[in-house]
Every structure is written in structure tokens, then in C-alpha cells.
Design a protein around this ligand. Structure first.
Ligand code: AMP
Length: 508
């Protein structure tokens, strides 16, 4: 079963139900299907797109993103969704790597590409959503399903690239279908009329989880970008709203909801992940928004599926103040296996930290055009995630850090996350990030970047005290840098490389 066949079946079944709403209005499943299949016809007829070819989608959130994605599949193509916030030169690299037949963007996207100058983007057909050209593509005979196989590429997911150059994880139709099935099994059942709100980029987690939701008859409400007040307004306007958010967004929603009491329990499921959710923030979030939270741990290489902490587990841990449970990302998702191994691939005992490896039907086919990186990441059907974690007695994963973020000071390993969790318990600390700085004797030493809440301050002495009360002495930061904000990627992940760069060359 490929995704366009499934989409077609579901559109027939839920024909008169609302499928997608954005600033331009609402489309029913029938109207969405007509639009998608007309566009697929134009892709093949006018753009010469053949099965297996790539279509890049570089758009801010809007319904044409969803239209183009399903149209690419109906035409037999593989979609390459790219975050709209990337610089045209970063987009240019992805275009150069994936060599698409066409690039679908917005009118603003076309202007940005033109402003970046000739050569920023390798040559490809450039089409602006909803332009006259886009409409003309929809004017001929529709194509409903080009008969793509379930093992064929559906989505090339370029990794966020907080370091180095992004690699394209190739996800097949079956990988995504399996991801969708784990959504129903582990997260929530979706009934027609239920809403999923998209304020996070559709090119990433929000778009991936749009699939199970839409394919069960759910209504996708698409916001152009994240704005906490707009999210809360949209949540009030629709029944039973689920949403995917990265932790920074959850924290902003909590601050906005604090000013408008009565939010507890109004969200159907708030799915979060993609970056660390610190326990103190999570407790605060559940106090304000309720406990209908689902934490997921995954990566583009096993999209939205590796482990999960369910709504039940959130509610129980909140009621029992079980902070240890909330410090985990939960147990393996249904159908997936998780192991913690040493560098040679030997299993480590419970409680010991090592690399997380994952096996299951959501795991990618490999990296696009990059056999070397594929051979490193996929070994005997196991995906080596590059993340460090340990399992507790219940088989829940405590995700410690990216292996490359680990600090080695005087021969001892320091995982920044545990230092960050500690610093965040200071009431004046809003955000923080801990990195290593080169040190002549110790190899590296710990430096903490601190963002304080407006009008408040945490002194180095207070922060030291907190660390000394909770952590081994050698983990305590040797320096604090107070900053207005932390550098973040377009997906909201803290760019530790930029912080390390800022420290480089500083006198010891
Ligand atoms: P991406 O491929 O862009 O989705 O990034 C995946 C990476 O984000 C993972 O390898 C983890 O390092 C990090 N990540 C994902 N989920 C979580 C989570 N729940 N908590 C902490 N980090 C996470």
C-alpha cells in the first residue's frame, strides 16, 4: 500500500468532512482530493515528472504544502520537504544533492531565490504555490495513483544539520505507513472531525504526524508560523485539538496560557520532542496545561518513532511527583527494538550509558546519495543514532545527549544535559546550554550559557551551589556566560557548535 492509494481511499470515505484549513479557507476531503489529483496530472503532463523523481517543497506552512506533498506521491515522485527558514544557499545544497525535477515554493520563496543570485540554486523548474502557473498545472486530466511500490522512496528528510552538512534520510512509503500505525497504537485514536494544529514546520515533525491524523479523517488546521497566542486561540476555536511542538514552543505556550487561566485539560494531546524537555519545564507545563502530553524521541532516520512516554505515564508521574520517570523519553514504540551498546556493538547492562541503536520498520532505507554515511548508520539492520542513553529497570530510555556533545574533562565523561537540568531548577534561569571549552590540563572544561528571565538574575555563586548540591564536583561549570538568547536552528534546536565557536580562542 503506497500513501497516495491510502489517501485516495480515505478521501472517498470522508468526502464531506473538513480536511485542511488555513488562512485561505477550508477544503473538504473531496475538494482536497480533486486539487491533489489535478496537480498530480499537471506534474506528469506539464513538468514531465516520472515515478521516482524528486519534488522539493520549500514552503512556509499552508495548505498548498499538503496539496503538493500528496500530488507528488500520486504522480509517483518522492517528496523532499525543506524547512522554509533555511537560507537559499542551504536550500541550494539540498537541491544539488537531491536533483529534483521541480521545486515548489511560495511567491516569497521565489523572490528570495532570485535575490540570492544566479547559481544559489542548481537549475530546476521553480513553481510558486497558488500562482497562475500552479493553477494551470491543475487544469488538465487528474492522476489518482501511479502505482508506486510501498518500498519506493516517499520522503527524503534532510537532517537538521546542527553540525556539518545535512544528509538526506530516505523514507519509503512503508516506513511512513508504519510510523502512522505506531501513532494510532501508541499515541491516540483519531476520529473524523478531530483537529491537529500545525504551528511547527510541516517539513518536519508536524508534517510527518499530519499523515496519520489526516489519513484517519482528521482536520488539519494550518497556522503560517508559531505564535503562542494564535495557537491558544486556534485551540479554543476547534474541538479536541492535538499538536506537535518542540519544547521551546511548549514553554512559550505555557507562558501565554498562564495569563489566561482555564487551560488545564483542554488539549487533546500535546506531542512534544525533537530536543530535550527539561523536567522542571515539563512539571510547570503539566501544571498549566494538564497532563495530556506525549513525549517522543526519534530522528529523521526513524521518523517520530523510537521511544515514547505516554499520556498515562505523564499523568501518573505528575500525580506521584515521579521526576525520574519524567526524565525519560519512555519505552520503545510498538514494533521497535532499542539497545544500548558500546562502540563494538556489545550490549551494555541496565543503567549504563552507551549509544542508542534502533531496529524496526520505520527505520530509513539509507542516506540519499551517500553510501559511506549509510554504512556507518545502518549496520545489520540496526540504526546507530549517535545519541547516548541508558535504560532503566522498566525499559524506559533516559536520553542523555548527542555523543558529540559529551564533554570529557580530566578523563571523566560529563553529559551536558544533567548539568542543564540542574541549572534550570534555579527560578531565575529561563534557558541554558552547557558545552565544553578546550583546557590545557583537563582536555575540556564545562562552560554554561545562561539566559535569565526578564528582570531576574542568578549569580554564579547560586548556580555553583545548586550544582554542588546535586552533581559530582567535576561536573560543575567553571564559567558562566550570561546571554540574551541562545542560537537556535530553524527547528528550534540549540546550536551548540555556535556556542563552542564563541568560546574558541577565549583566554583560559
Ligand atoms: P531530527 O532528525 O532533526 O529530528 O533530530 C533528531 C535528534 O533530536 C535526535 O537524534 C536527538 O538527539 C534529538 N531528540 C529527538 N527527540 C528528543 C527528545 N524527546 N529529547 C531530547 N532530544 C531529542
Amino acid at each position: 500500500m503506497n500513501l497516495s492509494r491510502l489517501f485516495l481511499d480515505r478521501c472517498r470515505r470522508f468526502a464531506e468532512q473538513p480536511a485542511v484549513t488555513d488562512d485561505s479557507g477550508t477544503l473538504t476531503f473531496e475538494a482536497l482530493s480533486n486539487s491533489v489529483h489535478a496537480l498530480a496530472g499537471g506534474m506528469q503532463r506539464d513538468l514531465g515528472i516520472r515515478p521516482g523523481e524528486r519534488v522539493v517543497i520549500w514552503m512556509t506552512n499552508r495548505r498548498s504544502f499538503i496539496e503538493t506533498l500528496f500530488a507528488a506521491w500520486a504522480a509517483g515522485a518522492c517528496a523532499v520537504p525543506v524547512n522554509a527558514k533555511l537560507h537559499p544557499r542551504e536550500l541550494g545544497h539540498i537541491v544539488g544533492d537531491s536533483r529534483p525535477k521541480a521545486l515548489f515554493t511560495t511567491p516569497e520563496g521565489v523572490a528570495e531565490i532570485e535575490a540570492a543570485g544566479a547559481g544559489a540554486i542548481p537549475p530546476t523548474e521553480l513553481i510558486a504555490a497558488d500562482s497562475a502557473r500552479y493553477q494551470a498545472l491543475k487544469s488538465g486530466a487528474p492522476i489518482e495513483d501511479s502505482g508506486t511500490g510501498e518500498g519506493d522512496p516517499a520522503w527524503i528528510f534532510y537532517t537538521s544539520g546542527t553540525t556539518g552538512f545535512p544528509k538526506g534520510a530516505v523514507l519509503s512509503h512503508y516506513n511512513l505507513l508504519f510510523m502512522a500505525m505506531t501513532y494510532y497504537a501508541d499515541i491516540e485514536h483519531v476520529a473524523p472531525g478531530q483537529t491537529m494544529l500545525h504551528a511547527a514546520p510541516l517539513s518536519h515533525g508536524s508534517g510527518l504526524y499530519m499523515l496519520p491524523h489526516l489519513l484517519a479523517g482528521g482536520h488539519q488546521v494550518v497556522l503560517p508560523h508559531f505564535d503562542a497566542a494564535a495557537v491558544l486561540r486556534a485551540m479554543s476555536a476547534h474541538p479536541a485539538v492535538s499538536m506537535f511542538a518542540v519544547p521551546t514552543m511548549v514553554n512559550r505556550m505555557v507562558q501565554a496560557a498562564r495569563a489566561l487561566p482555564g487551560w488545564r485539560g483542554r488539549i487533546s494531546t500535546l506531542i512534544y520532542g525533537g530536543a530535550p524537555m527539561y523536567v522542571s519545564d515539563l512539571m510547570e507545563a503539566m501544571e498549566v496545561l494538564g497532563t495530556d502530553f506525549y513525549q517522543l524521541y526519534g530522528q529523521g532516520e526513524t521518523p517520530m518513532t523510537a521511544t515514547g512516554l505516554s499520556r498515562f505515564e505523564h499523568a501518573k508521574a505528575y500525580a506521584e511527583r515521579d521526576l525520574a520517570a519524567l526524565a525519560t523519553t519512555g519505552g520503545p514504540r510498538i514494533g521497535l527494538r532499542i539497545r544500548i551498546v558500546d562502540e563494538a556493538g556489545h550490549d551494555l547492562p541496565e543503567g549504563q550509558a552507551g549509544e542508542i541503536i534502533v531496529r524496526g520498520d520505520s527505520v530509513m532505507q539509507g542516506y540519499w546519495n551517500n553510501p559511506e554515511a549509510t554504512a556507518k548508520a545502518l549496520r545489520d539492520d540496526w540504526l546507530w543514532t549517535g545519541d547516548i542513553g541508558r535504560l532503566d529497570a522498566r525499559g524506559r530510555l533516559e536520553l542523555i545527549d548527542r555523543s558529540k556533545d559529551m564533554i570529557i574533562s580530566g578523563g571523566s565523561n560529563i553529559y551536558p544535559r544533567e548539568v542543564e537540568e540542574t541549572l534550570l531548577t534555579h527560578p531565575a534561569v529561563d534557558e541554558c546550554s552547557v558545552v565544553g571549552r578546550a583546557h590545557p590540563d583537563m582536555g575540556e572544561e564545562v562552560v554554561a550559557f545562561i539566559v535569565c528571565h526578564d528582570g531576574r538574575h542568578a549569580t554564579p555563586e547560586e548556580l555553583d551551589r545548586l550544582c554542588l548540591d546535586r552533581l559530582a564536583r567535576f561536573k560543575r561549570p567553571r564559567a558562566y556566560r550570561y546571554v540574551e538568547s541562545l542560537p537556535k536552528s530553524s527547528y528550534g534546536k540549540i546550536l551548540k557548535n555556535a556556542l563552542r565557536e564563541a568560546l574558541r580562542g577565549e583566554s583560559q
